[in-house]
Design a protein around this ligand. Structure first.
Ligand SMILES: [Zn+2]
Length: 284
């Protein structure tokens, strides 16, 4: 009796240790719990034409190029995050698409950090003349403005912006002043006040009407609290977001005319989904 009770206890302990060992193994085999793996998986899903897979801490491109997701530097200040983000850092701050008007919290700039090696590889380095050959010209608001704009063909950005343009073109006339003339698209330049290449240098960004826009630097926000200001209607913002573009008006360091193609920040977008078709014409 004594012996059989001991045996049962031993068996029970073995069973418990087997359960806990399995749970541990399961946790270890779930790299999705590591922030760099979460970021990597979102990037791979957002850019299926360019990215083949995630291999541990490595982003593997379809041509075999490997880039680290986490640079191992550890915690970064806001300035270090902005100036020298690794690929994981680009997704550190969640971007809330489809949200209503909200004043961003201090330094809440989702999408403002771009890993230069990642973007140079994806779209080319305009300073080395690698972007021009990938650009095409689209017609902005074909029935109302008809403005010609240069954007990249990489990742279908030109087609997506064309689909956005058609949707915006069908908005009521009161929206037109916010959209045209557009401030510009491709421009090989640095971000004002920094040495970093602007999203405009990759051909993935558009500035809509400058005259209706607000920018944190114009608000004298270089020091202290920045007063938020925006006049761009959210109907316009939501159309861009549905096609994979983020809006600079959701940044504490706001730039309300600015939109750029960043599908990795938009979980609402189905992985690999193309642009939404333009809405059917209203019945008469
Ligand atoms: Zn811009």
């Amino acid at each position: 009796m004594q012996r059989s009770a001991t045996r049962l206890t031993v068996l029970a302990l073995l069973a418990i240790s087997a359960i806990s060992r399995d749970a541990w193994a399961e946790a270890e085999s779930k790299p999705a719990k590591r922030p760099e793996a979460v970021a990597g998986q979102r990037i791979a899903a957002a850019y299926p034409e360019a990215i083949e897979k995630i291999d541990g801490n490595w982003l593997v491109w379809r041509d075999g190029t490997r880039m680290p997701l986490d640079d191992g530097v550890g915690a970064k200040s806001f300035t270090a995050w902005l100036d020298n983000p690794d690929i994981e850092d680009m997704l550190r701050l969640p971007y809330v698409a489809g949200a209503g008007p909200a004043e961003p919290a201090p330094d809440d700039d989702p999408g403002r950090a771009r890993n230069a090696a990642f973007f140079d590889k994806m779209y080319g380095d305009c300073r080395k003349g690698e972007v021009k050959g990938k650009l095409t010209t689209i017609t902005w608001l074909p029935s109302t403005a008809g403005q010609r704009l240069e954007v990249t063909t990489v990742n279908g950005v030109a087609q997506r912006l064309e689909a956005i343009s058609k949707e915006l073109d069908s908005l009521p006339p009161s929206f037109r002043k916010f959209l045209a003339p557009a401030g510009g698209t491709y421009n090989c330049r640095s971000i004002a006040g920094t040495p970093r290449t602007s999203a405009h240098g990759y051909g993935i960004a558009i500035d809509i009407a400058v005259g209706q826009s607000d920018y944190w630097r114009w608000a004298g926000g270089a020091s202290g609290k920045i007063a938020y200001r925006n006049r761009i209607p959210l109907e316009i913002v939501h159309i861009f977001e549905r096609h994979g573009f983020i809006w600079g008006g959701r940044w504490y360091h706001y730039d309300t005319m600015h939109f750029e193609y960043r599908p990795e920040l938009l979980p609402l977008l189905e992985p690999g989904a193309g642009p939404e078709p333009p809405p059917a014409p209203a019945e008469k």
